[in-house]
Design a protein around this ligand. Structure first.
Ligand code: SF4
Length: 306
């Protein structure tokens, strides 16, 4: 059904990485996100620079801002310490390293205690990790902070066939097991879903994505974030050109998000739409500003009547 995808093909389609400066202070972005009581809180993402993820997912472009070498011990601690004084709130901090926080090649094990100490007083600490890399280090990290640890995992799609096509080297069962383990440890779950998953035609985009949202909610995902599929990593561009992948359309993105917000869910479960660079999916200049404001409102209030 789909053209064969393997890591070599993904790598061969790539362009160059961005030049990186290992000792520079990392990029920091602060937004607002609703907490479990739907109170708007500050959420700051710190984009840490370290070693590239060993997986080679079809849709990933995070490798662009990574190093080829194993992350040096102490480097991430220095990066985080350099930007912490500029983060004045203590609501949510996301330590995103364009890889897996509990991969010792990307985040040296010897740095975990110091990183935990630096973020100890935040109400919520979010890190990204592949479902197959959930292990005792996660629980140990959670025990070292005063706030809530939340692990963000890319399920991408709950359709087993399409998930296997993404070269993510995991199954839906791996995600489910990771969810159960994290919840047993008192760790919260954030789930990333693609909108649409590669290979889903426009006519099925809404129903397919809603099925994935339902699955994440059923597994206890506290925050489920819809990520519009973005070309530009090389392999996706090739697959769009040959017709194997359909990119997202703005109107379908909004329709899907509106319906996802109306799905039954526990009160503390939030469904968000990732708004980064969203304007590129809308072809008319028209009311882009008003549209963004409307979607920010949906995210904040978790209702579509805003
Ligand atoms: S696991 Fe995440 S960081 Fe690694 S290649 Fe896949 S999408 Fe990218």
């Amino acid at each position: 059904m789909f053209p064969t995808i393997h890591s070599q093909r993904v790598l061969a389609a790539r362009g160059p990485k961005n030049p990186v400066v290992p000792h520079a202070a990392p990029l920091v972005v602060t937004e607002s996100e609703p907490d479990a009581e739907l109170q708007l809180r500050s959420a700051t993402t710190v984009f840490l620079l370290g070693k590239e993820c060993p997986f080679r997912c079809l849709m990933c472009d995070l490798w662009r801002n990574t190093t080829d070498q194993r992350t040096e011990p102490g480097s991430l601690v220095r990066q985080l310490a350099a930007v912490l004084p500029s983060i004045t709130h203590r609501d949510t901090i996301k330590l995103y390293n364009a890889s897996n926080f509990f991969d010792p090649q990307a985040v040296p094990t010897s740095d975990l205690a110091e990183l935990a100490a630096l973020v100890r007083d935040f109400k919520c600490v979010v890190v990204e990790n592949h479902p197959k890399l959930i292990g005792p280090a996660v629980q140990a990290f959670a025990d070292q902070i005063n706030g809530q640890l939340q692990v963000a995992m890319g399920l991408e799609t709950s359709d087993p066939e399409r998930l296997s096509w993404l070269n993510k080297q995991m199954t839906v069962a791996d995600y489910d097991l990771a969810c159960r383990t994290l919840l047993d440890w008192g760790v919260s779950i954030r789930t990333f879903l693609l909108l649409p998953a590669p290979g889903v035609p426009s006519a099925e985009m809404v129903s397919h994505t809603l099925a994935s949202v339902r699955h994440a909610l059923a597994m206890g995902s506290e925050v489920t974030s819809l990520i519009p599929l973005r070309a530009g990593n090389g392999i996706l561009d090739q697959l769009i050109l040959d017709g194997s992948v359909t990119s997202a359309e703005g109107s379908l993105i909004i329709q899907t998000f509106e319906l996802a917000l109306q799905l039954p869910r526990q009160q503390r479960q939030r469904v968000l739409l990732d708004l980064w660079d969203l304007e590129k999916f809308f072809h008319t200049e028209g009311n882009r500003h008003a549209l963004r404001e409307r979607l920010i409102n949906f995210n904040s209030r978790q209702r579509i009547d805003a």
